[in-house]
Design a protein around this ligand. Structure first.
Ligand code: DGY
Length: 328
């Protein structure tokens, strides 16, 4: 008998076809999350779950899913999954690290360039017929080259952003759970500093931390008040890392230069008022949104799912402590 799986988002056609051949697969082919009740009902009798970052895989969902043997997340971040609750029930959880590093670093860097050189504003102005003449002091932005970039969270994506910054001769200040080796710091022109120094000395600040209890509202009113009045804040990590209300007030008052955001505190909702500001660029969570990367993520999630459902250790297991009590 084929094992039953639930895939909560539409994946590349050939990948969905191969899953349907191997398993009795229920696949949500709409490009929007399953309604909560539908998700709870669908996961109930499944052996495997290929989840999206928009699914809340919590106590309630896990409590009703007694056959569940494997959760393969489509994404590197997995704050939507209660990993402790899954581990308690002997369910391995995997993610898709590494394959989206370059795509996400590209978006962070695109936001750095776009916000400081006012690309979106300029496009809007030109389309609306407001570009009437060239003049030396009109529509000026700020140069990126040579400016100090503060990176909070120097994991794979943080490092990939730092590598790109080298081409722009940007000195790097960074703060992270762990320090890089001396040679890596030299290679990336990066100096480890405390949060206060990073916040007050950087011209750009880019966030690359996972969302945890420790990083929720890591950037709030107090932190924003320490930043330079010209700083640009870039967030491609998770929305709740920034207190969005505090950011809105800071941007509204022109207290910082601007912000480039790909993620939101209550995604997809925006804090009212944010979309009215010119000094912020708002993207629809597309850090990993390239055809190439999404294909690699899907392939990796499926490899993890298949490994888990065939009683093997998934290559990208995030809860190795589950192994002694696994349901595999
Ligand atoms: C991730 O993988 O965590 C991304 O945010 C999804 O694109």
């Amino acid at each position: 008998m084929k094992k039953r799986i639930l895939v909560t988002g539409r994946l590349p056609q050939e990948i969905m076809a191969s899953l349907s051949e191997k398993y009795e697969a229920e696949i949500n082919v709409e490009d929007k999350p399953l309604e909560r009740q539908k998700f709870l009902d669908s996961v109930k009798d499944k052996h495997g779950l290929l989840s999206m970052i928009t699914d809340s895989v919590d106590e309630e969902a896990l409590g009703g899913a007694n056959s569940l043997k494997m959760i393969a997340q489509f994404g590197v971040g997995y704050n939507n999954i209660d990993v402790t609750a899954a581990t308690k029930r002997g369910i391995p959880v995997s993610n898709t690290p590494g394959v989206l590093t370059d795509a996400t670093a590209e978006i962070a860097f695109a936001l750095i360039l776009a916000i400081s050189r006012r690309l979106v504003e300029g496009d809007r102005m030109t389309r609306e017929g407001r570009f009437r003449c060239w003049a030396p002091m009109l529509f000026l932005g700020h140069e990126v080259t040579g400016k100090t970039l503060g990176i909070i969270g120097m994991g794979k994506i943080g490092k990939a952003v730092a590598q790109r910054a080298k081409c722009f001769r940007m000195p790097i200040l960074y703060h992270s759970r762990s320090r890089m080796s001396k040679s890596e710091e030299k290679e990336l022109m990066a100096r480890y500093v405390d949060m206060k120094a990073l916040l007050s000395q950087s011209d750009f600040i880019s966030l690359h931390v996972p969302l945890t209890d420790q990083t929720r509202h890591l950037i709030g009113k107090q932190e924003l008040s320490l930043m330079k009045p010209t700083v640009y804040l870039i967030n491609t990590s998770r929305g709740p890392v920034v207190d969005e209300k505090a950011l809105l007030e800071t941007l509204r008052n022109g207290r910082i230069g601007g912000a480039g955001l790909d993620v939101y505190e209550n995604e997809p909702a925006l804090t009212p008022g944010l979309a009215e500001l010119d000094n912020v660029i708002l993207l629809p969570h597309v850090g990993s949104g390239t055809l190439e990367t999404r294909f690699r993520m899907a392939t990796m999630a499926v490899e993890n799912l298949i490994a888990g459902l065939s009683g093997k250790v998934p290559p990208n297991l995030v809860n190795p402590e589950v192994l002694p009590k696994t349901r595999l």
